[in-house]
Write a protein that binds this ligand. Structure first.
Ligand SMILES: Cc1ncc(COP(=O)(O)O)c(C=O)c1O
Length: 396
């Protein structure tokens, strides 16, 4: 029975809310899950209703019972006034930014941001006359020194999804708000379950639902949740672009929502086990994972976050590109591929020096990023153990 409401669930646990949020079984003949509504046209009962445009659903791009279910559920989980669903995480980022800025504005973007976010700022935003300054993710309250009278938006991402620096988000948000700027966060790593964005000073929070909401590498989806203040502009911008997500993807997102906490906790457990093992390997120089004691971002993570997810990086001891190739090319379980948050473990090599501008990325050896999946961890370690043997042999 879902007889509860967002208000009545407010004092209940996160898992209860994940199970019940956004569902209206008795609007769907008692079926537990909101079905997939596909459609463009929505019929009006008469001419006056058509003119009035007051119906709950008016046209497919503006929403369906399926999209409304996930929007409502996500707003509840994120503690937001409203949520829009977009066809990918990257489109969530672009629609969020465009809902705030106008020509002549200045924006501050963390140097650790997801690279396509930078591409958007450097291409489309620049063309619109919006200037971007990249800043050191560890800036803290010194963000104030970078702010100009026309700084409209501060973009944060914590931890950086390759380099894993933590940002002091409450400190940055306080300074930005005092100067009237909007704080936008790519919260894909933690999700609202491990970092409640709007309680921590974020005005617009982005989630690539492609990662942990999906959990199965089988869909592309983005969410932007907003505070009361920023919700009307976000919704207006979203409607103007009609950048709506596909019905099947939204349905799969709703399905994923119900088990997201369980999967995220397991990804956290697997990643921590793998990270701890990698710390013991003599081929590894450093593990970049803010939930590990000793990580430079650990105290901020502990203060602000409620958990860690399955994504982290390592810096290898100096090794040739050919040796890293020998290690990665013959892995049997870990896949070599972009994206993350699925049930399968992944690894990619990366090099932030090719795009960073505000800070230097010059680690002592090659960098690898892992997305921990749900396999038996001993099998993953054994796969990597064989990989490390190939790495050593190649450079011997
Ligand atoms: C941190 C981060 N944000 C956003 C995205 C974009 O998500 P999508 O692939 O759905 O566009 C990604 C994708 O890898 C990401 O890693």
């Amino acid at each position: 029975m879902t007889k509860t409401t967002r208000d009545s669930r407010a004092g209940m646990g996160k898992r209860t809310r994940l199970v019940h949020a956004g569902r209206q079984p008795f609007e769907n003949f008692g079926f537990v899950n909101t079905p997939i509504y596909r459609g463009s046209t929505v019929l009006s009962p008469d001419m006056e209703s058509l003119y009035a445009r007051k119906a709950r659903f008016i046209y497919g791009t503006k929403g369906t019972p399926t999209t409304e279910a996930l929007e409502n559920a996500w707003s509840e989980i994120a503690g937001a006034a409203g949520t829009v669903l977009t066809p990918s995480g990257l489109s969530a980022i672009t629609v969020a930014i465009l809902s705030v800025v106008k020509s002549g504005d200045h924006v501050l973007v963390t140097d650790s941001a997801y690279r396509p976010t930078r591409n958007f700022c450097d291409s489309v935003m620049a063309r619109l006359g919006i200037e971007t300054t990249y800043y050191d993710p560890l800036v803290g309250t010194a963000i104030g020194e970078l702010m100009r009278p026309n700084t409209r938006l501060v973009f944060v991402e914590a931890p950086g999804s390759q380099s894993f620096e933590m940002q002091d988000i409450p400190a940055i948000a306080d300074v930005a708000h005092a100067r009237g700027a909007c704080v936008v966060m790519d919260n894909t790593w933690a999700t609202p379950l491990f970092f409640p964005p709007h309680e921590r000073g974020i005005d617009l929070a982005i989630e690539a639902g492609t990662k942990y909401l999906s959990g199965h590498s089988d869909l592309l989806l983005g969410m932007v949740s907003a505070t009361e203040q920023y919700w009307p502009r976000l919704r207006e911008t979203f409607d103007a672009f009609a950048m709506c997500a596909g019905a099947e993807d939204v349905f799969l997102g709703l399905r994923g929502l119900r088990t997201m906490e369980l999967r995220l906790r397991e990804a956290e457990r697997q990643a921590l086990a793998l990270a701890a093992w990698l710390q013991t390997r003599h081929e590894v120089s450093r593990v970049l994972h803010p939930a590990l004691p000793g990580d430079p971002g650990h105290s901020i993570w502990k203060r602000d976050f409620l958990g860690s997810s399955g994504l982290f990086s390592i810096i290898l001891k100096p090794a040739s590109r050919a040796a890293v190739g020998a290690m990665l090319d013959h892995l049997e379980l870990l896949g070599l591929g972009y994206s993350w948050g699925g049930y399968e473990s992944l690894v990619i090599p990366f090099d932030c020096s090719t795009y960073r501008t505000a800070t230097e990325w010059n680690p002592e050896g090659p960098a690898l990023r892992f997305s921990a999946g749900l396999e038996d961890i001993e099998d993953v370690k054994a796969d990597l153990d064989r990989g490390f043997a190939r790495l050593r042999a190649a450079d011997a």
